[in-house]
Write a protein that binds this ligand. Structure first.
Ligand code: ADP
Ligand code: ZN
Length: 748
């Protein structure tokens, strides 16, 4: 009897030993179906098991695959993630595999299958046929149709489309002329998108330099490609990947979200065609599994996808590209809370691949690493094809003059569509050019407030103000998606007047419609893009010139390349700038710089108008002058006292529960526990801050507190977290929970 050590997707920091039956065998990386607490689970063998005295071991129920599913290198990567982010390895393994392969009860993947009719045996000659089919002309017709179709034809086609009767087919089967068998069908999710011809730009000198540096890189090297918006980073990626493919290697290209970057994906597909697997978030489990298999077999060599594509099973990995590397969507919001950019670097080092991190606004962590020489900096300082960066102008909302006679509504409208913005939009409409308007807040009005007592309607489950939506008329919590009917009176004082304040995309859309009745206006935010392909459809219409004004949330700020966009307007730049999160300014600067980068990509040039009440804030000021370096300098300074990343490493320990009192008690208990640990173990280089209520102190019915662990010493931080999670006993009441977020991108 042999024993195996199995990782299971359970929240426990341990593996489980099972016995293999006679004739069964399984090695590291292979899947096994095992009994767990009366259920069946799929686990991954991580090593040989050892017998424990007096312990009766359960047996493996089945070994579904002939070979290991997880390669040695992906196992090693999973182990790193489990250690660094302090997560059980079984949870990590479940994350890196397609859902179809990890669901219990589905050890054999369900693949889309169709029935096909196949000719079998010797084909009768023409003379033989006359005799053979003398009394069965229908059989002959069917047989010869299959023959014409290459000896193989889908059953559905023959019976339903060509209207042969099943009895005719049965006759052929009975005479062993044909057999009916199953055939797996590979699904092609991108088939519906038209193929594009590759562009044939001659690389600029700066692009050439970057391409050459990448092609000559050593295994495991990391490059930061800092290229201004429109500098042609995609061309650099593509030329580099050509050399990787020519060497017989494969690659991974990470993008923040495929639905938002159809243009970039189309460019890769135009060049690499069928060797690309596009891992789209809208893929069904079956489609994802098909692509995963094609990569594992080596039929496809490049995986393009969001965050989780970093786990693509590519054997001979030559390169990993992380486009828009500053994007926070690379960080997973649930366990394991990994950052795909960090995982990319670890994977590349282990497998000898080269990493390219690309952005016009690199995250501060990456910038500091490039400055210290840990990464190699490549720069594209100018726009490609002779285009200029757009002129950016501030519209100071504090200076909009108010006429005392003017009704509040009219004045408000003028702070949204300011005279400056209005004139700029009108000029674009007149010239047949396109505009993009950013307002990073969806909904109609940001909140509903009582004119009497000033009370703001908040979600019953979260401490978040409800957003007013006009169609359908609802108050929606954008955290838990709880929706309710708008109230007519204030819940607290009963005052009738419940006023709308603030501004959302729906309200701007209405104002635009009133002001420019014949303009073609499209709104892009979470509410208009619930369909699988909705984003792509809007962007395709924009590309075809069927939209005059594209209005949206941060979704419209990413990667779009439309040469006819000559105006970008930021309706209110101040949203988010004052959030109690140390990254608020960085996110604001990146958003402004990125959205500004959508303007003036063609020969007509472009301009950007930023409406703000905080024109002297460094995030706004540096976006106006395209001054990335100036922003970084000031922002790094601001993160010294108190110290925040990248000047220090951070872990956010979040304590939550269903009652306020129990949660607060847990928070102080955890703080005391960790405090004692730091003293007892003489750990001087880990600092604890807090506990304090989270900025969003209630979320989806749960109360939330947090504390921060800071250290310059990554290993020590890992040790403290691991020790704490393994030893600390969370009281079994009030739904109390401890979650640990390493390198958090969001402290809300
Ligand atoms: P980025 O990702 O750096 O913002 P893109 O890769 O989208 O920029 O490129 C911007 C535009 O410039 C694209 O339309 C692209 O086809 C074009 N382009 C790229 N390289 C060149 C070049 N060498 N000459 C002319 N145009 C180029
Ligand atoms: Zn809510």
């Amino acid at each position: 009897m042999t024993l195996v050590d199995v990782a299971l997707p359970l929240p426990l920091f341990r593996t489980f030993t099972y016995a293999l039956a006679e004739g069964q065998s399984a090695v590291r990386g292979q899947r096994v179906l095992v009994p767990v607490r009366g259920r069946k689970e799929i686990g991954i063998v991580v090593g040989e098991g050892t017998a424990k005295e007096g312990l009766k071991l359960k047996s493996v129920l089945a070994v579904p695959d002939a070979a290991p599913l997880v390669s040695e290198s992906l196992l090693a990567l999973s182990t790193w993630i489990a250690d660094y982010y302090v997560v059980p390895i079984g949870i990590v393994l479940r994350t890196i595999l397609p859902a179809l392969l990890t669901g219990a009860g589905a050890p054999v993947p369900h693949v889309k299958e169709r029935r096909v009719v196949v000719q079998s045996g010797e084909l009768p000659s023409l003379q033989q046929r006359d005799a053979f089919f003398a009394r069965a002309p229908q059989q002959r017709a069917l047989f010869e149709l299959v023959e014409q179709l290459g000896g193989r034809a889908p059953l559905e086609l023959l019976l339903e489309r060509m209207h042969f009767s099943p009895s005719v087919l049965k006759g052929l089967v009975a005479r062993s002329m044909v057999v009916v068998e199953g055939e797996t069908v590979a699904r092609d999710p991108f088939a519906r998108r038209a193929a594009q011809a590759p562009t044939t730009h001659v690389p600029s000198a700066a692009q050439e330099q970057a391409i050459a540096a990448l092609a000559a890189a050593n295994k495991g090297d990391v490059f930061l490609l800092h290229g201004v918006t429109g500098s042609g980073k995609t061309l650099v990626y593509i030329e580099f990947l050509k050399t990787v493919i020519a060497r017989g290697q494969g690659a991974i290209v990470l993008v923040p979200e495929i639905a938002l970057t159809p243009q970039a994906v189309d460019r890769f597909r135009a060049v690499f065609g069928n060797s690309i697997a596009v891992l789209h978030s809208a893929l069904s489990d079956g489609e994802r599994y098909d692509e995963w298999q094609a990569l594992q077999r080596g039929d496809k060599r490049i995986a393009v996808g969001a965050r989780s594509a970093i786990f693509a099973p590519i054997a001979n990995l030559g390169a990993i590209v992380v486009d828009e590397e500053h994007e926070s969507s690379y960080k997973q919001g649930e366990s394991p809370r990994y950052h795909a950019r960090e995982v990319a670097i670890v994977r590349a080092r282990a497998e000898g691949a080269v990493v390219v991190l690309g952005s016009a606004t690199p995250g501060l962590e990456s910038w500091v690493n490039a400055a210290s020489g840990k990464y190699t900096l490549l720069t594209l300082p100018e726009r490609a094809g002779g285009a200029q960066l757009p002129k950016v102008e501030i519209v100071d909302l504090r200076t909009i003059p108010r006429d005392p006679q003017e009704p509040a509504e009219a004045f408000f409208t003028r702070t949204v569509l300011t005279p400056r913005l209005e004139a700029a939009l009108a000029a674009r409409l007149e010239r047949g050019e396109q505009s993009i308007l950013l307002l990073n807040r969806r909904g109609y009005a940001s909140f509903v407030q009582c004119a009497g007592c000033g009370d703001v309607a908040t979600c019953r489950d979260c401490s978040i103000s409800l957003t007013y939506h006009r169609s359908p008329e609802r108050l929606v919590c954008h955290y838990c998606l709880h929706a309710e009917e708008p109230r007519a009176t204030c819940a607290r004082c009963g005052e009738k007047l419940v006023k709308q304040k603030g501004l959302g995309t729906q309200q701007v859309e209405r104002l635009l419609g009133e002001r420019y009745p014949s303009a073609r206006i499209a709104r892009m935010d979470v509410d208009t893009t619930s369909g699988k392909w909705a984003h792509t459809e809007i962007l395709d219409r924009m590309g075809a010139g069927e939209i005059d004004i594209l209005l949206g949330t941060q979704m419209i700020a990413k990667g779009l390349d439309f040469p006819n966009v000559t105006l970008v307007g930021v309706v209110d730049a101040d949203i988010g700038i004052n959030l109690p999160d140390f990254r608020a300014s960085e996110r604001c600067f990146q958003l402004l710089a990125q959205v500004a980068g959508r303007a003036g990509r063609g020969p007509k040039g472009g301009e950007v108008l930023i409406q703000t009440r905080a024109p002297s804030h460094h995030a706004v000021r540096c976006a106006v002058t395209h001054d990335y370096h100036g922003f970084v300098r000031q922002e790094l300074d601001g993160r010294r006292h108190p110290t925040y990343p990248p000047n220090v490493r951070l872990v956010n320990v979040v304590l939550s529960g269903t009652t306020e009192a129990a949660t607060e008690e847990l928070a102080s208990g955890v703080a005391a526990w960790i405090g004692r640990l730091l003293v007892k173990q003489r750990i001087g280089d880990v600092i604890m801050v807090g506990p304090a209520p989270c900025p969003v102190e209630r979320l989806k019915t749960r109360w939330r507190w947090h504390l921060l662990l800071k250290s310059a010493n990554a290993t020590e931080l890992t040790r403290v977290c691991r020790y704490f999670l393994q030893r600390f006993e969370v009281p079994n009441r009030a739904g109390l929970r401890v979650t640990l977020d390493r390198d958090p991108v969001n402290l809300m």
